[in-house]
Write a protein that binds this ligand. Structure first.
Ligand SMILES: Cc1cc2nc3c(=O)[nH]c(=O)nc-3n(C[C@H](O)[C@H](O)[C@H](O)COP(=O)(O)OP(=O)(O)OC[C@H]3O[C@@H](n4cnc5c(N)ncnc54)[C@H](O)[C@@H]3O)c2cc1C
Length: 318
């Protein structure tokens, strides 16, 4: 917690909720969100792991963190996440998950020491003109006007930005800067993206600005994120007794709102094409963590699919 704020509450162990020993949980989606939900239910809510079932439509855990392959043929992964110190929830989770490689260490220990020993940095962050370094690449090249526009955007009320794009609020001066080149290539922004989104990213990632020039504030896992993040978490959960059910695509969660509360009463699913489901009692909780950015894979984590929008190859191509 060296660089974090608010550890007063972070270090307190939660009180066990009343009646948790009678509770069960159904988690829809076996991505990082679903597995994190299971881990927090065990660690922080004191739920018995065997009472937790993860329903996952694909054959794999990890969702968007998918990756598959081997050292001989290379790995195929859909994307790599730029990671950083301020992932409060993620590091809180992984401080409790045993590393698969570091004896007596957690995944957080493994990640921390890896990045201390081998920090990220890019001596040539961007090129132009067929391999030439970008001019003034050690500077953000922001004019006074561009600086004032950024500050105005950070301070603007969101309702005043409704319906506006980035190019509506930041002028050509800003667009010509290295700041914009580095920023947009780090966070995948286009000029026609939402001004509100840009404002929120500026607030969320303000501490990354000094690292824009060489990416030194980013951190990376040792392997692809399926092997470095999903696998240890899934291994720990399964070892605790959490039930993983793959090939189960949830088609509906029936929710009763008559009592003024939202109460899930039934889950419908297709298990390998067969219609099935479960009636729920009031003691059963449902968490839907089915993601939003990545379409379901058809075959396996390494299967080629029309839905792949970004493909990164590492290692030797097959
Ligand atoms: C290319 C790419 C780059 C990214 N870069 C970054 C980054 O730099 N930094 C960062 O912080 N984040 C990044 N992200 C975002 C991050 O990876 C996701 O926010 C996170 O992995 C989402 O986890 P999740 O569990 O919520 O959803 P998902 O990983 O999408 O998992 C959802 C799971 O639910 C399953 N599912 C869906 N529907 C059903 C159903 N009906 N029944 C049963 N199961 C179902 C899916 O098969 C999947 O396994 C990136 C994502 C992508 C794709």
């Amino acid at each position: 917690m060296r660089y974090a704020h608010g550890n007063f509450e972070a270090f307190v162990r939660p009180l066990k909720p009343e009646g948790v020993e009678k509770k069960a949980a159904w988690i829809v989606g076996g991505g990082l969100g679903g597995m994190a939900a299971a881990a927090f239910l065990i660690r922080d809510a004191g739920m018995a792991p065997s009472m937790i079932t993860i329903l996952e439509a694909s054959d794999e855990n990890g969702g968007a963190l998918d990756g598959a392959g081997n050292a001989q043929t290379g790995w195929l992964i859909r994307g790599g996440r730029e990671m950083e110190e301020q992932f409060q929830c993620l590091w809180d989770l992984y401080r409790s998950i045993p590393s698969l490689e570091m004896p007596d260490g957690t995944v957080l220990d493994e990640f921390y020491y890896l990045n201390r020993l081998d920090p990220s940095s890019s001596p040539l962050r961007a090129m132009c003109g067929q391999g030439q370094p970008v001019p003034d690449r050690h500077s953000l090249t922001l004019t006074g006007k561009a600086r004032r526009e950024i500050i105005a955007l950070i301070l603007a009320d969101e309702d005043k930005l409704a319906g506006k794009t980035i190019s509506d609020v930041l002028s050509g001066d800003f667009m010509a800067s290295n700041f914009w080149l580095f920023w947009r290539s780090m966070f995948a922004f286009e000029t026609w993206h939402s001004a509100v989104e840009m404002k929120r990213y500026l607030a969320r990632f303000v501490h990354q600005i000094l690292g824009l020039k060489d990416l030194r504030t980013l951190k990376f896992t040792k392997y692809n994120q399926q092997e470095s993040l999903s696998l240890p978490l899934a291994t720990w959960l399964a070892g605790q007794g959490v039930v993983f059910r793959h090939g189960v695509r949830v088609t509906n969660v029936v929710v009763d709102t008559l009592s003024g509360k939202k109460v899930a009463t039934h889950i419908d699913w297709l298990e390998n094409g067969v219609v099935a489901g479960v009636d729920l009692t009031p003691e059963e909780l449902v968490f839907v963590t089915n993601g939003s950015m990545v379409a379901l894979l058809q075959n396996s984590a390494c299967g080629r699919d029309e839905s792949f929008d970004v493909l990164f190859f590492t290692g030797r191509p097959a």
